[in-house]
Design a protein around this ligand. Structure first.
Ligand code: ADP
Ligand code: MG
Length: 727
């Protein structure tokens, strides 16, 4: 089998696919494992950079990117998986290929750093206590030296690789400081630096592991086995071995193993794991169900429509992981800052060690010590992780609530949004309008409905659906028609028996020169009651009117209310519907403003108008018809992501549920993320500044410098993690 231009990932996936369709296939070159690895043991933000540099030094590695906050390494290489793992181990970390299955198994390596820290701490304590007793001086020093050796082994190894690849990371700085302290006989200081650094890192690592787990918990949502119906009865299969069109049997109380379509049975499903919806959803044959959701009441037979790696939840996880690795603008700025800050302070430290004593201001030892303290302060660790951990936590929280935020940029934007524009049909309203009244004018109502049905049968507009259902319920059949076409934003037309007929908004007829004066009052009254009117007629006259009404969802009213509480100053409804209906609906939903009678392209203009008023504007729509307006807005939010893949791929933020329930939470979460990021940045800058100021009068000891460094980093992480827990 030869595959030309297929990507390496696709190449490796082929045998699996072929097998699922019942055949065997083997690649004609050695199989290569996933190109994403989960790395553990990275306990400082600079570790990611160190590993990245180390790996890129290998001639068989084409490109590599390591993300500290997610623990993922993306690598393009021509090595075997084992070689990659070995190479990673050389710089002091562990790696496994990041397949879903591997991630499911919780590796508990995070705790490994603690014994080392404990032993190093004990030795430090022994030395410290010993220094007050009669035990010989050399023994005290030996305790300290041992504490340095044990606690410092790993940072030294990392520092070695960092220096080799010409980077100045915190390992290099800390190790230099510890060695320097020992050189000038400050063994206690050296041991304290090493121990505090190790402790800080171990604690940071534990916390970071917890944020990484927020995604693993999503992965663990799906069962690993499915019960499959066969001619001989049911068998249990691993989900990876289930093929498309297999029939799964799902009993009440069980989770759906794979995406599919119900072919028998009815039940209500708790979709919260995917969509965040608090209420279960009733489903019947023909409806889609998603892997990871819970079958609450009835037994179901489900035809599998997606393989285990393509399910909605698998795609969500994939998109979330991608999103978490995208840098927010703030972060990009901080990284640039850190890139100049560290070398500058490093050079400054060297100068401090040398210049003042040479110039005759004080003793060598004293300035050397200050220089060492400055070295420790040269690492902007807390600042560097001030943003990414907050972003990973917030995106993880959103994902568990059925909301996909496609990156830190959009999280930051959502936190600053001041106005939201909503599409009316299907977003604020149910999107399933019903016929409320038929008014016959020149023809009897049955004929009016019959003509309307003939035209609307070829339309995809929700209104068309309402007319068709109404006709079907009354057994009114359509006529023989031809030449169907939609008139965007206005209606539709068809030829019936040689005459051109139209169904659409009354304005459509006015524009064709049909006199509607005698109907205007009646039309106004009905529209002001919230009806959308479908006039049915020819180029000469209107034959009848069909009134259609859509209901506002309860959840819309509640969500708009909560958005107001979250400080969104302006909420605007955009609709192609008439003024009267728009006004009524606006009042019912509680939005502040509405733009009615919009042609599809006018929605873009309306969004621009809001932007011109000086606001950051978000647009919420269904992601298909509203794509241009979504793209124009500062932030495009699509609804119903679980049902449509395009919405999931294209919008900036995707609400998996087909309603607005989780939008207020998303906005509040984003606002809080912005606040926390700001707090983190200020806090880390101020602690750094304070440390710098204390060095020169000589108040800052080495251990204080380390504490201000790793301690601040830890506080920043813990502060960010509040976003994980936010309800
Ligand atoms: P909206 O999404 O706000 O309903 P549209 O641009 O889809 O906006 O439609 C605007 C208006 O055009 C509708 O409110 C309706 O009055 C009329 N219309 C559009 N298509 C049809 C149709 N197939 N049948 C009847 N009326 C239609
Ligand atoms: Mg629409």
């Amino acid at each position: 089998m030869a595959v030309g231009a297929a990507s390496p990932d696709l190449y490796d996936a082929i045998p699996g696919y072929v097998k699922k369709y019942g055949f065997e296939a083997e690649p004609d070159r050695p199989a290569k494992d996933a190109h994403i690895y989960q790395v553990s043991g990275m306990d400082c933000s600079s570790c990611a950079a160190t590993l990245e540099k180390h790996m890129s030094g290998n001639p068989d590695v084409q490109s590599v990117r390591v993300n500290f906050s997610t623990g993922k390494m993306h690598i393009a290489h021509t090595l075997t998986a084992d070689q990659v793992v070995k190479e990673v181990q050389k710089s002091g970390f562990d790696a496994v290929p990041a397949t879903l299955r591997n991630q499911k198994k919780d590796d508990q390596k995070a705790g490994k750093a603690l014994p080392v820290t404990t032993i190093s701490g004990l030795l430090l304590a022994l030395g410290f206590i010993g220094s007050f007793t009669a035990i010989p001086e050399w023994l005290v020093t030996a305790f300290y030296a041992a504490a340095i050796a044990i606690g410092g082994y790993k940072p030294t190894r990392s520092a070695f690789y960092a220096v080799k690849s010409r980077s100045l990371d915190m390992n290099v700085l800390m190790v230099t400081a510890a060695i320097g302290a020992a050189l000038i006989g400050e063994w206690f200081e050296g041991a304290t630096v090493v121990w505090l650094f190790a402790l800080g890192n171990a604690l940071q690592n534990r916390s970071i592991e917890r944020t990484r787990d927020s995604i693993r918990s999503l992965i663990n949502l799906t069962p690993s086995e499915a019960v499959i119906k066969t001619a001989e009865g049911t068998i249990v299969k691993e989900v990876e071995d289930v093929a498309i069109h297999d029939i799964m049997v799902v009993k009440p109380g069980e989770k759906i193993p794979l995406d599919g379509e119900i072919i028998a049975g009815r039940s209500s499903l708790n979709q919260a794991p995917i969509t965040g919806e608090s209420l279960p959803v009733d489903k019947e044959p023909g409806d889609k169900v998603y892997a990871g959701t819970v079958n609450e009441s009835g037994s179901l037979e489900v035809k599998v429509t997606r393989l285990s790696e393509d399910t909605t939840i698998a795609r969500i996880i994939h998109l979330v992981e991608e999103a978490q690795e995208k840098k927010a603008p703030t972060q990009a700025f901080i990284d640039r800052f850190a890139a100049v800050y560290t070398p500058i302070v490093f050079i400054l430290a060297l100068l401090v060690m040398v210049v003042p004593p040479v110039a005759g201001f004080g003793a060598w030892g004293e300035w050397f010590y200050r220089g060492l303290a400055l070295l420790v302060v040269a690492c902007p660790c807390a600042l560097v992780i001030s943003t990414p951990v907050a972003i990973v936590s917030a995106i993880g929280n959103a994902a568990r609530n059925g909301v996909l935020i496609k990156g830190g940029t959009f999280l930051e934007k959502a936190g600053a949004i001041k106005a939201i524009a909503f599409d009316k049909t299907g977003t604020l309203t149910e999107g399933k309008p019903k016929v409320t009244q038929v008014i016959s004018l020149e023809e009897d109502s049955e004929t009016v409905v019959s003509i309307a049905k003939t035209i609307e049968e070829h339309s995809t507009h929700p209104i068309a659906q309402a007319v068709i259902s109404y006709a079907n319920e009354r057994n009114i059949s359509s006529k023989a028609g031809s030449g169907f076409s939609a008139i965007a934003g206005k209606g539709a037309t068809a030829m019936i028996g040689g005459t051109e007929y139209f169904a659409g908004k009354p304005k459509l007829f006015k524009e064709m020169g049909v006199s509607t004066a005698h109907l205007d009052e009646q039309i106004d009254v009905m529209q002001n009651e919230g009806n959308t009117l479908v006039a049915v007629g020819t180029r000469e006259q209107i034959l009848g009117l069909i009134a259609v009404a859509d209901t506002v969802r309860d959840i819309t009213v509640r969500s708009i209310e909560k958005l107001k509480q979250a400080g969104i100053g302006e909420m605007v409804m955009l609709t192609g519907d008439n003024e009267g209906t728009a006004k009524k609906m606006a009042a019912e939903t509680g939005v502040d403003r509405y733009f009615a009678e919009l042609m599809p392209e006018d929605k873009v203009t309306a969004v621009k108008k809001l932007q011109d008023e000086g606001k950051q504007v978000a647009m919420v729509g269904d992601g298909i018809n509203d794509a241009p307006a979504l793209a124009t807005a500062d932030l495009g939010i699509a609804m119903g992501g679980a049902g449509t893949d395009t919405a999931m791929e294209t919008a900036d933020i995707v609400l998996m549920a087909d309603n607005l329930e989780k939008l207020p939470h998303t906005i509040r979460l984003s606002q809080k993320a912005l606040t926390i990021i700001k707090q983190n940045i200020w806090f880390s800058l101020i602690t750094k500044l304070a440390a710098l100021m204390l060095i020169f009068p000589g108040y800052l000891t080495l251990w204080m410098a380390v504490l201000s460094d790793t301690g601040a980093a830890l506080i920043v992480i813990l502060n960010s993690m509040r976003l994980l827990r936010m309800k």
